[in-house]
Design a protein around this ligand. Structure first.
Ligand code: WQD
Length: 324
């Protein structure tokens, strides 16, 4: 298939591009390189440098493709609460442009990067797709709203979509083919890595008084290569079934901050200084996915999302970058 990957130079997008190429598809990456990297581009893929707010350029890129995968968004939940305009423009206006360009180009398949942030504070664990969607931040709202728009386009325009609700994406391609490290990481594992490299003096552990196994926050970390495979399985499913799908992609394992930190100390052999600080406002104690639906419909389960692989592949990426 001819696949247009919007946001294909970014962290998750580049892994999806790699997987698409590995599966023999013809790939075009459309990216404005605002958070993506030229080093994340592959010579086998066509690259178009462009912005999702530039509708004519986007439409031209979509023409002649069979499928669109949309991963171009801003994603810092905290920032979305102080700069909602930025999130409205990129994640809502940008998504509408992509969806309209997809339809105008006569494409009837779209895969959308959604998020577990659509659920908000968990009412129960594990979180399945029937869980209420009450996002606690504006970022999560933009993802949920895009899913709803896609739902209408399914009815009105026959656009079949898969919205993939990722849990905490982590790790790097185990074969070392992705080189760009996120520019200003705020997520736990890259922050641990930057501390291991001496780029930060310590890891601040946000609270150790949660009702969890060791008192620190528990999350469902899912390897980015598992996510990439999930995109391809979802694409196949909507194509074969001519039906849209909203599905979680998570490992179903809950890892605590301290478990990741201890694994990182073991793998890197670095001390990684840490200090317990107060809880970060808005952080739930525990988020763990049910991926039963992904297993049932897509035959998908996480394969590389064990703590050792998550940490090892991330550390390898830091070493390759010269930062370690
Ligand atoms: C993980 C755990 C922190 C940093 C965010 C977004 C969410 C989604 C994924 C896109 C928590 C703790 C973290 C640190 C720490 N994004 N922590 N010290 O908050 O679960 O989810 O990324 O869809 O929308 O909100 O991820 O990596 O920030 O935190 O102790 O320096 O690590 O408290 O328990 P989070 P995270």
């Amino acid at each position: 298939m001819k696949i247009l990957i919007v946001g294909g130079a970014g962290y998750i997008g580049s892994h999806v591009a790699r997987e698409s190429l590995d599966q023999g598809h013809e790939v075009t990456v459309y990216d404005n390189l605002s958070s993506g990297f030229r080093t994340n581009l592959f010579p086998e893929a066509i690259f178009i440098e462009g912005d999702i707010l530039d509708y004519p350029a986007l439409l031209a890129a979509a023409m002649g493709r069979d499928v669109v995968i949309h991963l171009a968004a801003v994603k810092a939940a905290g920032e979305s609460m102080v700069k909602p305009e930025k999130y409205s423009l990129n994640n809502l206006c940008g998504a509408v442009n992509i969806i309209n360009a997809t339809c105008e180009a006569g494409i009837r398949r779209l895969v959308f990067s959604s998020s577990a942030a659509t659920y908000g504070e968990p009412a129960y664990i594990p979180i399945d797709e029937k869980h209420p969607t009450r996002p606690e931040n504006y970022y999560g709202f933009t993802k949920l709203e895009t899913e709803r728009i896609l739902g209408w386009y399914d009815k009105l325009k026959g656009l079949r979509f898969a919205a993939l609700r990722y849990f905490n994406a982590a790790g790097y391609d185990a074969k070392g083919r992705i080189h760009g490290l996120e520019k200003v990481p705020a997520n736990l594992l890259p922050v641990i890595m930057e501390t291991a490299c001496g780029m930060r003096s310590e890891l601040q552990v946000f609270g150790d008084d949660y009702e969890t196994k060791d008192g620190t926050g528990v999350r469902d970390y899912v390897h980015v290569s598992d996510l990439a495979r999930g995109h391809m399985s979802a694409l196949k499913w909507i194509d074969e079934n001519d039906e849209s799908l909203i599905v979680n992609l998570g490992s179903e394992a809950g890892l605590s901050v301290l478990e990741l930190l201890e694994t990182a100390r073991r793998i890197t052999g670095r001390p990684i200084p840490s200090r317990i600080v107060p809880r970060r406002p808005g952080d739930p104690a525990k988020l763990v996915a049910s991926s039963a639906l992904a297993k049932e419909k897509l035959g998908w389960t996480a394969r590389e999302s064990d703590v050792t692989t998550l940490v090892q592949t991330t550390w390898d990426a830091y070493k390759r970058s010269g930062k370690a």
